[in-house]
Design a protein around this ligand. Structure first.
Ligand code: 5GP
Length: 208
């Protein structure tokens, strides 16, 4: 047997793709997981809460954390800082959990570079740009300018879907949730290189 340690599941995709709804839908069916709560300097939206959606901090606090090397990765998205704190992720991985990140394409690349052998990545998107626009307008949490900005970012991000292991098209929420669940369960089976090497050494149990 190869003992399983923690693994990472990266979810990216435009705001409005339905990432949070999908995670909520499958949360009881994917075993023990830790959802990485990001830190951001963007203003809190209506309906959001500190410690639930993000850690909301000032730019000064964020920069202090960068300088203290507290982030696994961080990026500027829509003109605000977003970052993943290293410590809780390390902790969750050492407890053997599935660690889920909701991060952008820059974050995905950074995580791939640092934790590639235990990472599975998924790009989640509505079926078309016009559907994304419709969903963002319906959500009405953002101004017209912000929605326009998000659409421009989505257009750029969709060009980078080939950097992901999977693409999940969230047209029908139930169907997309089923696919996501399968990928999440499979992500758990990833084995870090170091464990594979140990296994290979143990496997060669006949002396020549
Ligand atoms: P929103 O403002 O809609 O909550 O998120 C905007 C974008 O920032 C989304 O694409 C989301 O995936 C990304 N994001 C959220 N947290 C992080 C993070 O910690 N790191 C990175 N790189 N992107 C993040």
């Amino acid at each position: 047997m190869i003992e399983h340690n923690g693994v990472v599941l990266v979810l990216s995709g435009p705001s409005g793709a339905g990432k949070s709804s999908l995670i909520n839908k499958i949360s009881d069916e994917i075993g023990d997981y830790y959802f990485s709560l990001s830190t951001t300097t963007r203003p809190m939206r209506k309906g959001e809460a500190e410690g639930v959606d993000y850690h909301f901090v000032s730019k000064e606090e964020f920069v202090k954390d960068i300088e203290a090397d507290n982030f696994l990765e961080y990026a500027t998205v829509h003109g605000n800082y977003y970052g993943t704190s290293l410590h809780p992720v390390r902790q969750a991985l050492s407890e053997g959990k599935l660690v889920i990140f909701d991060i952008d394409v820059q974050g995905n690349m950074a995580v791939k570079n640092r934790l590639g052998d235990i990472t599975t990545s998924i790009f989640i998107t509505p079926p078309t740009l016009s559907e994304l626009k419709r969903r963002l307008e319906k959500r009405s949490t953002d101004s017209k300018e912000i929605i326009e900005g998000r659409i421009q970012v989505a257009r750029r991000e969709i060009q980078r879907t080939s950097e992901y292991d999977f693409i999940v098209i969230n047209d029908d929420l139930d169907v997309a949730a089923k696919v996501l669940k399968q990928i999440a369960l499979t992500a758990r089976l990833k084995i870090p290189h170091i464990k594979i090497n140990e296994f290979v050494q143990r496997w060669e149990d006949i002396e020549e």
